[in-house]
Design a protein around this ligand. Structure first.
Ligand code: HEC
Length: 243
């Protein structure tokens, strides 16, 4: 069955068709240019070994690829400064410190007359330091703040005859804060008194003196017992919670 085709001379008869089939493939096969022959097995195996060894080295020396190598678990970001908005939920700042800070702000209303240091102005505005009105009970102070005072009065042995404006338009909380500030900053507090006046105590003062119309006179104020305190629970100075 030989066709006599010289391409098929080396082959047994009967294989011609298979060779014919592959001829075109052989013809089209691009010869690798010299120098671009495949590497052979040895360099490949060597590279593989280097990769495996390198991976093992990194695994051992980079702490098993754990992220703790790069993340310092002792790192704590600086705590955010906590400010108390008066709801008693401050964690870092003691309640009393923020209460006093707010009170000092409200005292901005008073400083023009009573002076930032609470010393007043002779003959014009009575002092808050060394004043028996500040050192006395909170009931009188509540009355003074909510309704004001008019007419002659004696403070620390000096006479005054001016008008102390009412501050009843301020919120109970602001009045409580400023009384607390004045008592703790300028007063000499009796033993066991931390000087704190709460919002509830001012609300009680408003209620107690609700029949008062216009500013108090000294005589009316003196009708309130000197050591009378506004009703209200003492608070934890750290948290502001009632004790
Ligand atoms: C416009 C000036 C003026 C302002 C502002 C003022 N006061 Fe007075 N205050 C007076 C005068 C004047 C008297 C004395 C009243 C009298 O002569 O009858 C007085 C009396 C007082 C008294 C009783 C007497 C004493 O000195 O202890 C207290 C307490 C007081 N003031 C607290 C305050 C507080 C707290 C504020 C701010 C919320 C305030 N005052 C704002 C003028 C002022």
């Amino acid at each position: 069955m030989s066709t006599g085709d010289d391409r098929n001379l080396d082959y047994e008869s009967g294989t011609a068709s298979v060779v014919d089939m592959h001829d075109s493939v052989r013809r089209e096969k691009i010869l690798q240019p010299s120098g671009a022959e495949s590497l052979g097995l040895f360099p490949l195996v060597l590279c593989g070994l280097v990769l495996i060894a390198g991976g093992g080295f990194l695994f051992k020396n980079a702490n098993g690829f754990s992220d703790s190598t790069y993340i310092n678990s002792d790192y704590r970001p600086d705590p955010k400064p906590v400010t108390d908005d008066g709801d008693g939920e401050a964690e870092e700042v003691a309640w009393i410190d923020s209460w006093m800070k707010e009170g000092k702000k409200v005292y901005g209303n008073c400083a023009a007359c009573h002076q930032p240091t609470g010393t007043g102005a002779p003959g014009m505005f009575p002092p808050l330091t060394g004043s028996e009105w500040v050192d006395g009970g909170t009931a009188r102070l509540g009355a003074i703040l909510v309704h004001g005072i008019n007419g002659p009065m004696t403070v620390a042995g000096q006479s005054y005859n001016q008008l102390m404006p009412a501050w009843g338009t301020l919120s109970d909380k602001k009045i409580a804060q400023v009384i607390t500030y004045v008592r703790r900053e300028f007063g000499s507090l009796p033993e066991g008194d931390d000087g704190v006046v709460t919002t509830e105590m001012v609300a009680a003062a408003r209620d107690m003196f609700k029949s008062q119309s216009g500013p108090f006179t000294e005589a009316q104020l003196k009708a309130i017992p000197e050591d009378k305190q506004l009703p209200g629970a003492k608070v934890d100075l750290q948290t502001g919670d009632p004790l």
